[in-house]
Design a protein around this ligand. Structure first.
Ligand SMILES: *[C@@H]1O[C@H](CO)[C@@H](O)[C@H](O)[C@H]1NC(C)=O
Ligand SMILES: *[C@@H]1O[C@H](CO)[C@@H](O)[C@H](O)[C@H]1NC(C)=O
Ligand SMILES: *[C@@H]1O[C@H](CO)[C@@H](O)[C@H](O)[C@H]1NC(C)=O
Length: 424
């Protein structure tokens, strides 16, 4: 069970409070960003894309590792429950080689939940993955050699009249064991109609094949300041402080079609009933809510855990023991890949996995739980809950798009809470 370090929790809350002046303006409308679909772990023939799933595991592990380092640097302590900084996660070399050979045209269909932002004056468009599991904005630099020719938009500070170079460097670790760093700038950033001036971000000067092959140019982090690598306010916090966002919250609908990020409010047309808000329990800068329970076909299979709601993660991860308990409640389930935490179940009888935080029980549809058949005709399908120890402690789960696709999700700085509602 988590025992939050109250000092850090108070720090997080004070950061939140500092970011909440009374919003201005009747003329400020919430703004919508159209999103494209995230990379799929199911191939077009309905089978499970094992290699892509391994890449996602490694990417998520390294993002979480970097967040842990950032918290330690920003607060002087490791997040509660974290014993040590995890090692860099690496891909098997065969996957790195394969990725390099994938022609870019093949990636058109499996774009991420990404949308356009602009950076600089005059504005330059970047296609960005919106990530509620990190807190920094980074885009490729015009001096990034590995980014050239990969169809990426590049940031050239000399071509923006509002650009300013800042001290320090930004770092990202990759699955090939390498890392990159980039200089830090401030510039004007707009997401939909919402603008932040003098927004901190990094322009990275190299990328490993796993990011070069990614259809998005970069990432915009939407989590709280405590996990910022730059040690600065993330985009939305800046925009709200500058009174450029109508309300101090943003919301996602993720689906095959009609996905959107609503900045500075919620879109009433996209959900029905009321929003169920769950107070943040995090002491580490995540959109983290506690007192969670997992149910399989209506029966509790795990309870009293913490959940990080992360739009930048494709599937769902629980600690290995907890995932084991959940699958023990799934009739006919088997371990599919013990090393990587994958389980399979009979495709004909998918379980209904649901999460509850003390209120309503939020079901994951069989389609969203199913990552595809282990091989064509096997009759066994891989589940979207994976047992993986990311070093966050033994009661922290990460719920990504496989969960978020089933609900309307509101991330509220105002209420210091994550809200869920049924999709319209
Ligand atoms: C992003 O902008 C480009 C043009 O710069 C456009 O072709 C594309 O459709 C836009 N994507 C989204 C998801 O809005
Ligand atoms: C999600 O997308 C699918 C496929 O386009 C569509 O059939 C379904 O109605 C959508 N659901 C919602 C809630 O928008
Ligand atoms: C959530 O936090 C608010 C204050 O922000 C408090 O009034 C409320 O009682 C909390 N709810 C729960 C269930 O703890």
């Amino acid at each position: 069970m988590i025992s939050p370090k109250l000092v850090l929790f108070a720090l997080t809350l004070s950061l939140l409070a500092a970011a909440a002046p009374a919003p201005l303006a009747d003329d400020l409308e919430p703004t919508r960003i159209h999103l494209r679909k995230r990379v799929s772990l199911t191939r077009s023939d309905g089978t499970f894309d094992y290699d892509e799933a391994i890449r996602q595991n490694v990417k998520t592990a390294n993002k979480i590792r970097r967040n842990i380092i950032n918290v330690q640097r920003n607060t002087g302590q490791l997040p509660s429950g974290v014993i040590k900084i995890p090692a860099i996660a690496t891909l098997p070399s065969r996957l790195l080689v394969k990725r390099q050979k994938v022609p870019l045209t093949d990636l058109e269909d499996d774009s991420e939940w990404a949308g356009n932002i602009t950076v600089g004056t005059p504005p330059r468009t970047f296609f960005i993955d919106f990530d509620t599991g990190s807190s920094d904005l980074w885009i490729p630099s015009s001096s990034c050699n590995t980014c050239q020719g990969a169809g990426k938009a590049l940031y050239d500070a000399s071509k923006s009249s509002t650009s300013a170079l800042k001290d320090g460097t930004f770092e990202i670790e990759y699955g090939d064991g390498s890392s990159t760093s980039g200089p830090i700038y401030t510039d004007t950033v707009t997401v939909g109609g919402v603008k932040a001036t003098q927004q901190y971000f990094s322009a990275v000067t190299s990328e490993s094949p796993e990011f070069v092959g990614d259809p998005a140019d970069g990432i915009l982090g939407l989590a709280l300041p405590a996990i910022s690598n730059l040690g600065q306010d993330p985009f939305f916090v800046t925009a709200f402080k500058q009174k450029h966002a109508a309300q101090n919250e943003f919301a996602f609908k993720l689906n095959t079609t009609g996905s959107e990020l609503h900045i500075g409010g919620t879109n009433r047309a996209l959900y029905k009933g009321s929003l169920e808000y769950n107070n943040l329990s995090s002491n580490i800068g995540y959109w983290q809510i506690g007192n969670a329970n997992a149910l399989v076909n209506g029966k509790s299979a795990a309870s009293g855990f913490q959940t990080i709601i992360d739009s930048g993660t494709t599937i769902m991860y629980g600690p290995p023991d907890a995932a084991k308990k959940v699958y023990a409640a799934v009739k006919g389930s088997q371990v599919y890949d013990a090393d990587n935490g994958f389980y399979s179940f009979p495709c004909a009888t998918p379980p209904i996995l649901a999460f509850t935080w003390g209120g309503k029980s939020w079901d994951i549809s069989p389609d969203n739980f199913n990552l595809g058949e282990t091989q064509s005709g096997s009759g066994r399908c891989v589940g979207a809950l994976v047992g993986k120890d990311f070093g966050l402690g033994d009661d922290v789960w990460v719920l990504g798009d496989s969960f978020m696709k089933n609900v309307y999700t509101v991330f509220s700085f105002d209420k210091k809470a994550v809200g869920f509602a049924a999709l319209e």
